[in-house]
Design a protein around this ligand. Structure first.
Ligand SMILES: [Zn+2]
Length: 107
C-alpha cells in the first residue's frame, strides 16, 4: 500500500466514517478495503459498482499487491495477498482505519 492508499484510510478515520466488518459497504459504513474503493470513486447505490474494476484500481492506484502471499502480523497465519490482509486486519483483528494505514502503509 502506498501513501495515497494510507491517506485514504487516515482521512476516513479522521472524518469518523463508520467502519463495518464482513462487507465492503453496508449500513452506511465501509470496511477498510471498501473505504479505499469509495475513495477511488467506486461507490454505487447498492455498494461497490464494478467490483473487478475497483480491485484493479486498488492495485494500480494504491499499489496493493493482489498476488504475492503474505502473513498476518498479529496471528502469523497465511492470509493470501496484501489485499486479503487488509480485509483480515479489518474483520478478524478489528483494526481501525488509522491503525491499518499506520501498520500496513509505507514504513
Ligand atoms: Zn490475523
Amino acid at each position: 500500500m502506498n501513501q495515497r492508499g494510507a491517506d485514504a484510510l487516515i482521512q476516513a478515520g479522521l472524518r469518523g466514517d463508520k467502519q463495518v466488518e464482513g462487507a465492503f459497504v453496508r449500513d452506511g459504513g465501509a470496511c477498510a478495503v471498501g473505504t479505499m474503493m469509495l475513495a477511488l470513486g467506486f461507490g454505487g447505490m447498492f455498494g461497490i459498482a464494478d467490483l473487478d474494476d475497483a480491485v484493479y484500481a486498488l492495485a494500480s492506484e494504491y499499489e496493493i499487491d493482489l498476488l504475492k502471499p503474505v502473513t498476518c502480523p498479529e496471528c502469523h497465519q497465511s492470509v493470501g495477498s496484501e489485499l486479503c490482509r487488509i480485509a483480515h486486519m479489518n474483520d478478524k483483528h478489528h483494526w481501525d482505519f488509522i491503525t491499518i494505514a499506520r501498520k500496513l502503509g509505507p514504513q
